[in-house]
Design a protein around this ligand. Sequence first.
Ligand code: GLC
Length: 655
Amino acid sequence: MDTDPVVREDAVDLLVARLGDGGPDDAQLLARRLRRWGPDLLAGLAIYGDRAGHTAERVVDLITAAFAGRRPALRELDETRLLRPDWFAGPDQVGYVCYVDRFAGTLRGVADRIGYLRELGVSYLHLMPLLEPRSGPDDGGYAVRDFRRVRPDLGTMADLAGLADALHEQGVALTLDLVLNHVAAEHDWATAAVRGEQPYRDYFLHFPDRTGPDAYEAALPQVFPDFAPGNFSWVPGWDGGRGGWVWTTFNTFQWDLNWANPDVFCELLDVILTLANVGVDCFRLDAIAFLWKRLGTSCQNQPEVHDIVMALRAATRIAAPAVIFKAEAIVAPEALPAYLGTGRHAGKVCDVAYHNSLMVQLWSALASGEAGLARRALAGPPPKPVTCAWATYVRCHDDIGWAVSDADAGALGLSGVEHRAFLSQFYSGEFDGSFAKGQVFQANPQTRDSRISGTLASLAGLEAALAAGDGQLVDLAAARIFLLHAVIFGYGGIPLIYMGDEIGLLNDQSYLSDPDLADDNRWLHRPWMSWQRAGLRHDPGTLEGRLFAGVRHLAQVRAALPGLHAAVESVPVDVEAAGVLGLHRRHPAGALLQLYNLTPTWQRVPGWKVEQLIGTGPAGVWDHLSGVAPTTGSDGGYHLPPYAAWWVGRPGTPG
Ligand code: GLC
């Protein structure tokens, strides 16, 4: 499957000839872009076999129409970013993720908070799902009824465009979710399909009886075994009341789209181009791993997913080159790099991908106080394309699933199953001596897998420390929060601050009183912003002040370190201290060694090791984070305090 599809040489010429005459300059500009990205488009569309050619023509028509409707400010952004293709990869990038209503009420309210975001150094804002969902339970907005309307209580499309403009003026890019694996059961396509209307029936994967579903289920995992077991749902009204099974990987009300149908491709591309013209800069491709189904497999990570994304991205770049794609592929570490592109897809699929493995390994290492597993797991996968960036994060709106491979665990003498079970016990607070206060999400007794919900602050020990009224424990929790943020800010890529983590918001139990939310404890870590607590952020005597200043400091130090550009990888290194994670970055601007003490005790790293890795002698070691030159003790080692984070380079070199 991983061989190049043959793209006929004249195929791009034929597409160029099809371009409308939106003015001679426009046609020429589009023709240049089509020659640049057309081959990727055609290579991706090859999965549609004899429907590929016709689909390519439809795509060019969509591009032409979208380009004609692209407003001047966005066209200018296109040109600016074409000249600076790494605009999202520099060390000046900082992301922030929030729900519109929980952060600021409405889209207009968000516009009023841009100043707050800029204070934190934010240059990239991900607004959680805001397109019109179904009514009732909607999986946090991931069951979209209408891609072309904003959820009415949040505002309108015009408000969204206004917000995008306001963000752009302040140098902030806007990210929205694109839920392309499924739509709400109430989406027009789904209701038309139930009525038996073509072409909509073929937008979904449906079966008259259990034969097909049973055959697939044999190899399929379950995403929500607790509240949505199985991957298929019985729809009584299907086929004039005869009923049918519809593929529903997530909840019964989220119907998987049939991406083997090129009509679905064209529909979703049209949605992307429409939203791009509203001013969206980055699309978070939700649940992207699930798009292509193949009998006998887990129906995740199939190579066709990467073809589809390559074609979507190529088409989007032709119409709106300012736009980038971010993969939400919460998959095994070895499957992740393909979402940024490996083999013939290298550098041609998503521009950014969540580094799920880094997030998981950080929590795992913090619980065990050992860096070995993280070091091994992070060193495993192949390098990412230099043009791409990781999105690094400590927490997001989802649970933490323990994506620790059996092979990695085994190499350290651990059992994968036992270690994963330990992590859930630790972070649910059941484990003796644990500092965390989280909750188990989706325990699956068959596989013994379970996941964890909880805010960063609660999982890092702040909730328990405050409840105990113990200042020392509070200090330790605050140090852990800083440490985890330091890793995601130092790793390279776009560090994502999850709303409220900058002021230490704790678990929020209020979801329990909303029947639409109560079943899903991921709402525990989707709190409402406390502007009253945020108001304390400038007071260094408060906890909020300390935490906020820490994140802000990381953003400021990072922005001044060109060596943190995403093009360079952070490579885990053994620094001869079991409790210290060492990450090494080699960049022409100077080497940087990051040392993260994962334990509540002092750790010693041999001086020669540090000096060797940054290429200096003892007199030339500088910690960019504290702004001082650490010195070795009489034993020739550098001594890191509990939970310390150091970004060490040579003085005067920007690292
Ligand atoms: C993604 C979202 C998650 C949602 C799922 C289904 O994983 O992050 O919140 O439940 O997709 O859309």
